[in-house]
Design a protein around this ligand. Structure first.
Ligand SMILES: [Co+2]
Length: 202
């Protein structure tokens, strides 16, 4: 039995099956008059050009520098990011902005799968989709964050937010102290994707 289940062989078989399924689905769409290649290239363009964490970084920098925008963002995230020309898919009905403070640190996950506010903070990284992260960040968040390089003081409360189909989250990290007077562009350049997931500080 040993050689039969080798992972390399399994992967090749999986790839082959996926290719067959993909071709079959593409053939059905083509038969109904859809331009499959255009759809795929548009999708790839969206992934690479539009659904990037630079969007969320702009939102964070705006919240840091514009108190009225910050209030609107905390009250209705979806509406506030739309104001900045950053659309979200219709089914992402709610965007909840989670503001870190000296005493509260927020971190996000999707215990069911890998949902994020991807049009704002970017597509989920591999570790976010990992079963181990999804299970352990809820039960032992302090330990998991420490393993990921974020060792929070013991008096900081950690809040873990589990994404759902219609409610997406983004973390608003704390603004570094030595940045008074910085432009929004300069501030935005500091904001990492990890910080908006809550697994890093700035
Ligand atoms: Co999910």
């Amino acid at each position: 039995m040993a050689a039969v289940g080798s992972s390399e062989r399994g992967t090749n078989l999986y790839d082959q099956e996926m290719a067959e399924k993909t071709n079959a689905v593409a053939a059905v769409f083509a038969a109904h008059g859809h331009d499959v290649d255009k759809y795929v290239s548009d999708f790839e363009h969206a992934v690479e050009e539009r659904w990037v964490p630079e969007n969320g970084a702009r939102v964070v920098a705006k919240a840091w520098t514009d108190a009225a925008f910050r209030e609107r963002l905390l009250a209705n995230g979806h509406q506030a990011v739309t104001e900045l020309g950053l659309p979200m898919p219709a089914h992402h009905r709610h965007l909840v902005a989670l503001e870190n403070t000296d005493k509260i640190h927020n971190v996000i996950c999707c215990t069911l799968c890998s949902c994020t506010a991807f049009s704002i903070i970017g597509l989920p990284p591999d570790w976010y989709k990992d079963l181990e992260y999804r299970a352990r960040i809820v039960r032992e968040s302090r330990t998991v964050l420490k393993e990921m390089g974020l060792d929070l003081p013991s008096d900081v409360e950690i809040r873990v937010w589990d994404t759902t189909a219609d409610t997406r989250y983004m973390v608003i990290p704390q603004r570094p102290a030595n940045t008074a007077g910085w432009s929004e562009e300069k501030l935005a350049a500091m904001v990492s994707k990890d910080a908006m997931f809550g697994v890093a500080l700035i």
